[in-house]
Design a protein around this ligand. Structure first.
Ligand SMILES: Cc1cc2nc3c(=O)[nH]c(=O)nc-3n(C[C@H](O)[C@H](O)[C@H](O)COP(=O)(O)O)c2cc1C
Length: 168
């Protein structure tokens, strides 16, 4: 079985909590988990299966640590890599930019040649605009710890059930 590289960036801990739960549902023995603050594109390059998580800050911006790493992703060859994305956002307060950070990373990984898996239905959310909404669904798992925290665990369970057999 392949090892999955799980890379996440988190400002106040919400994405970190989601990453921990995702790793535990996949099975810790299959996952190497990295705070993107402490690592970079070179480490990411070593995995064929990636789970990538970010929150969104500012008005539709990447989380700070991803923001710093982002330019270095241009040197990453993602052909042959499979990527599953998850994002944290606040649909009520930032409904025009809901999960835009996940959309920004999606666009970059697609541009670098990755195959993206784990699209997620958008119908149980209430927002007006999202860069992470592409061809009728979110490009990855959509989590909202501010307004729908009670749904996060079951969403993660269901989503991991979809991506696990693809990534391992
Ligand atoms: C100042 C500020 C700006 C934010 N901007 C956005 C945004 O543009 N889009 C969005 O979906 N969420 C936005 N959020 C919500 C965060 O992404 C959300 O609280 C997330 O759970 C934080 O996760 P983290 O602790 O892992 O960074 C913002 C929150 C704050 C406090």
């Amino acid at each position: 079985m392949k090892k999955i590289g799980l890379f996440w960036g988190s400002q106040t801990g919400n994405t970190e909590n989601a990453a921990d739960l995702i790793a535990s549902v996949i099975g810790y023995e299959h996952v190497d988990s990295y705070n993107i603050r402490d690592t970079g594109a070179d480490t990411l390059a070593g995995y064929d299966s990636l789970v990538i998580g970010t929150s969104t800050w500012g008005a539709g911006e990447l989380q700070d640590d991803w923001y710093k790493v982002f330019p270095t992703l241009d040197s990453l060859d993602c052909r042959g890599k499979t990527v599953a994305l998850f994002g944290l956002g606040d649909q009520l307060s930032y409904g025009d930019f809901f999960l835009d950070g996940m959309g920004i990373l999606y666009e970059k990984f697609v541009e670098r040649g990755a195959k993206v898996t784990g699209a997620w239905p958008a119908d149980s959310y209430d927002y007006s605009g999202s860069r992470a909404f592409v061809q009728g669904s979110f490009v990855g798992l959509a989590l909202d710890a501010d307004n729908q925290d009670h749904l996060s665990a079951s969403r993660i369970q269901q989503w991991v059930g979809m991506i696990r057999p693809v990534l391992l």
